[in-house]
Design a protein around this ligand. Structure first.
Ligand code: ATP
Ligand code: MG
Ligand code: MG
Ligand code: MG
Length: 478
């Protein structure tokens, strides 16, 4: 049976409610009281205070569907089947309550039971932590998968720290079990030895079940925690992708509706060429991220979260240009993003006008300089090529940034399309010098009432919390 993305989200939350979990709404994409993180990137991130004991959780079993942004995956967008900069993460959490046995049994039950998702168990493969010098192998998880769930030993994969150990500096950490789904040979890379753990899109990681059972003192000494926790994360779009048996996250029902809208506006046909598909997917992905970020109070700027948003919108606009669209159009797509998601996130509709306006203004600002920038870019590029150079200078990249508002990764991408690289070190040096000049100019203004104004920053705007309704305290009342 095929399930829609919205249906799967509801099934997951309902399933864990039957296991005694309290369903909380997604927290804001803007981390609260957590300067270590620019944007929420996992279901666990906003729950840190519950794990550390800093705050008492509203219940010891909680489940959420959390909005996430991962800019680290930006290069993968449209190229792999499984990455988005925006995605939703389903998660069940235990704060010193149930542990490994229940977490594994429930994950398996949800995925394979005909009453729930009903995936073919023969296509699923768990992995466990293999152990290393400082930390023992997770024999307990292996035994549960093997003896209790009944998965033959040769179908359970053992991986090292990078994949199967969750750790963030010092503090609570532990091994994890990940569940992979075999989407079938046609999605594989075809290389000999392609199996679970291969980076291609055949065996995709669906669910990460983390057992936080150790405390790391920061010097690599691990002691067992008295209060053991469970933290899990499953990409909702990935789950939908395997359930719907479609090519990628972008072919999942609600996401495809957005791509269709982009196709309609750009007259570019999905599935016609790889290049076009990448552009369509980049636009679809980035507009999803932008819509949710703005809804949560991020505004385009030259710093921090605001700059992440600006980069996403400008990159999407440039891919629109590649498809031949010269006028602002992203703000129109945003309406479809809202339409597809408002059932679960009604605040999107409430803020529709505002979100649309922010996107349109940013598009118009960029549109004013992009043509000039593209022209200058080709001139600069020809200059380098004429001299037989393969490195695009930092000074030229800085000129595009400073005069035409081209974020550096946009320039890097355009340069890479020409088989060249950017001198990023020189670029950063020029950025630094500019900051220094701005600081001096500020100081020179002395007491003119400008003290405290940071040029190029708009921290108050970025931190805008006028719409905040998902703080921990807010969620508690639910
Ligand atoms: P991958 O190895 O495929 O990049 P990951 O190991 O980085 O995934 P985790 O950090 O373990 O992912 O996150 C938990 C789950 O969230 C993953 O198992 C996956 O289902 C989902 N997920 C992670 N990154 C993305 C992404 N960029 N887009 C969509 N879903 C994602
Ligand atoms: Mg990853
Ligand atoms: Mg992984
Ligand atoms: Mg993982």
């Amino acid at each position: 049976k095929q399930f829609g993305l919205n249906e799967l989200r509801e099934m997951f939350l309902a399933f864990f409610e039957t296991k005694g979990h309290l369903r909380l709404p997604s927290f804001s994409l803007i981390p609260q009281n957590d300067p270590s993180l620019l944007l929420i990137n996992s279901g666990m991130a906003p729950m840190k205070p519950f794990f550390t004991g800093e705050q008492e959780p509203p219940r010891h079993r909680v489940c959420t569907c959390q909005k996430c942004i991962r800019t680290g995956d930006i290069e993968n967008i449209g190229k792999t089947a499984r990455h988005g900069t925006y995605f939703e993460m389903l998660g069940n959490f235990s704060f010193g309550d149930y542990f490994k046995k229940d977490a594994i049994h429930w994950a398996w039950e949800f995925l394979t039971s005909p009453e729930w998702v009903g995936l073919d168990p023969n296509r699923l493969y768990p992995s466990v932590f293999a152990g290393n010098d400082t930390t023992p192998a997770d024999d307990e998880a292996f035994r549960i998968w093997n003896e209790e769930i009944g998965i033959p030993a040769e179908r359970i994969f053992k991986f090292g720290k990078e994949d199967n150990f969750w750790e963030h500096g010092s503090g609570p950490c532990g091994p994890c079990s990940e569940i992979y789904y075999d989407r079938g040979e046609q999605w594989g890379c075809g290389k000999p030895g392609c199996t679970v753990g291969c980076d291609c899109d055949r065996y995709i990681e669906v669910w990460n079940v983390v057992f936080s059972q150790f405390d790391n003192d920061g010097e690599g000494h691990y002691t067992e925690l008295k209060q053991k926790n469970i933290d899990t994360g499953m990409g909702l779009e990935r789950l939908a992708c395997v359930c719907q048996d479609v090519a990628s996250l972008f072919d999942v029902d609600t996401v495809m509706n957005i791509t269709n809208k982009v196709s309609e506006i750009t007259h570019a046909h999905y599935g016609e060429s790889h290049k076009t598909d990448v552009s369509l997917r980049v636009i679809t992905d980035h507009i999803r991220s932008a819509t949710f970020m703005i809804c949560d109070g991020v505004l385009p700027s030259n710093e921090g979260r605001g700059y992440v948003l600006r980069r996403l919108l400008r990159r999407a606009a440039r891919h629109g240009k590649l498809l031949g669209v010269n006028d602002p159009f992203l703000y129109e797509v945003c309406d479809t993003v809202i339409h597809e998601n408002e059932g679960h996130y009604p605040e999107l509709r409430e803020r529709q006008e505002y979100i649309t306006k922010v996107i349109r203004t940013e598009e118009e600002n960029f549109a004013r300089t992009i043509d000039g920038g593209m022209k200058i870019f080709s001139d600069l590029l020809s200059g380098h090529k004429a001299k037989g150079e393969t490195v695009f200078s930092g000074a030229d990249a800085f000129k595009l940034y400073d005069t035409y508002g081209f974020p550096i990764d946009l320039t890097i991408e355009m340069v890479a399309e020409q088989g060249m690289t950017v001198d990023q070190k020189a670029f950063q040096q020029l950025m630094q010098e500019q900051k220094e000049r701005a600081r001096k100019a500020r100081e020179a203004l002395g007491d003119l009432g400008w003290a405290g104004v940071e040029f190029g920053k708009d921290v108050p705007e970025t931190e805008f919390v006028g719409y905040e309704n998902t703080s921990i305290t807010g969620a508690r009342v639910v």
